[in-house]
Design a protein around this ligand. Structure first.
Ligand code: SAM
Ligand code: SF4
Length: 349
């Protein structure tokens, strides 16, 4: 069931008015927590990781299910987080996912719970996850051509993703959102076809500009398909109008009404149209590090504090301190920009 697709989260808060939340020195408050449950993946999308994969984090370094739930509970109960998104790597590979979702849904106040996934395995898991309390799902799909899928993701799993999408809709995880990254010379001609596919099936499509977060450090500005180019390609086949009814707020996607509506398409111009000024996100990696930005070069180690016996209040204070240090913006446009050493798959997208 979708309670509030793009607007502010709706879970009622029982926190004391004025209690210290996750606020930075620019006045932004982090309420949207992205939790990576694993850095492993069963695909090898070329904008994310090399075909041979990566050196995965050793299991003892990963948070256990209990540790994940303790930290998420602290974020929700003490730190003002109202939305929790489980991601990775590929979160469906996390054995305890359904239990983690169930325990998250039992927290007070109950957060909105969503999942970002490549869709492989969703055909089997969408129903159990919805029953456990998952509210929504974002599925990544960059192409409608099985051969291009194989070329881009280095695995022949296109049909599994389609089956996962259908299962998500059948399980009521709506609106099912699709994330697409376009790569020059590979799938950038597919923007209109992807939109048509989504319009016909009631999926909500968002294009994401490719960011410098791949483990191979192969990103170049010239290769990146910009938000302007995406809109140009879509406009060749569709009438698009800025969605006046939809205040972008802290949402990264700019939305456009398609053909007079009501359907919309989103474009997330992380590089060329940054939304850092309104960012409300904070991230927890699979090994228990808080990151105040996708592009942060520093992390705060909550796992070791927790395993060293730290009380909730000490962990909460570490978390607040990490968010206070958030920089004004990611600075991709700045010549001094440094790509973080952790790739996207190990941060949690
Ligand atoms: N494996 C899941 C998936 O693919 O949806 C979740 C993790 S993935 C890192 C989360 C999202 O980040 C996906 O939508 C993916 O397309 C996107 N992503 C990965 N690398 C990216 C990059 N370099 N630039 C932009 N988006 C990227
Ligand atoms: Fe895996 Fe997602 Fe990265 Fe693709 S984008 S390799 S599915 S983690």
């Amino acid at each position: 069931m979708d309670r509030n697709p793009d607007g502010p989260p709706s879970a009622p808060s029982t926190r004391q008015e004025g209690a210290p939340v996750l606020v930075d020195t620019f006045g932004r408050t982090a309420t949207d927590l992205r939790v990576s449950l694993t850095d492993r993946c069963n695909l090898r999308c070329s904008y994310c990781m090399p075909p041979e994969g990566l050196d995965w984090l050793p299991k003892p370094e990963l948070l256990t299910d209990d540790e994940v739930v303790r930290l998420v509970g602290l974020a929700v109960g003490e730190l003002g987080v109202t939305e929790v998104r489980y991601t990775g790597g590929e979160p469906l590979l996390r054995r305890g996912l359904t239990g983690i979702v169930r325990r998250t849904a039992a927290l007070a106040p109950r957060p909105e719970i969503s999942l970002t996934t490549n869709g492989i395995g969703l055909a089997r898991l969408a129903g159990p996850l919805a029953d456990a309390g998952l509210d929504r799902v974002n599925v990544s799909l960059d192409t409608l051509d099985p051969a291009t899928f194989k070329r881009l993701a280095h695995r022949d799993r296109f049909a599994d993703v389609l089956a996962g999408l259908e299962a998500a809709r059948a399980a009521g995880l709506e609106p099912v959102k699709i994330n697409a990254v376009l790569m020059r010379g590979i799938n950038d001609h597919e923007a209109p076809a992807l939109l048509r596919f989504c319009l016909e099936r009631g999926y909500r499509l968002r294009f994401i500009e490719q960011m410098p977060l791949d483990a191979q450090h192969g990103w170049t500005r010239d290769d990146m398909i910009t938000a302007d180019e995406i809109l140009e390609r879509l406009s060749a086949e569709f009438d698009l109008a800025p969605d006046a009814a939809h205040d972008r707020g802290s949402a990264p996607a700019e939305t456009f009404v398609v053909g007079g509506g009501p359907e919309t398409v989103g474009v997330i111009g992380s590089v060329t149209r940054p939304f850092c000024g309104a960012c409300d996100r904070v991230r927890l990696t699979a090994d228990g590090q808080v990151r105040n930005c996708l592009f942060a070069t520093e992390e705060s180690n909550l796992r070791d504090a927790m395993r060293g016996g730290a009380a909730d209040e000490e962990i909460a204070e570490r978390w607040r301190k990490a968010v206070r240090a958030k920089r004004a913006g990611h600075g991709i446009d700045d010549p001094s920009f440094l790509q973080p050493s952790r790739p996207m798959s190990a941060i949690g997208g």
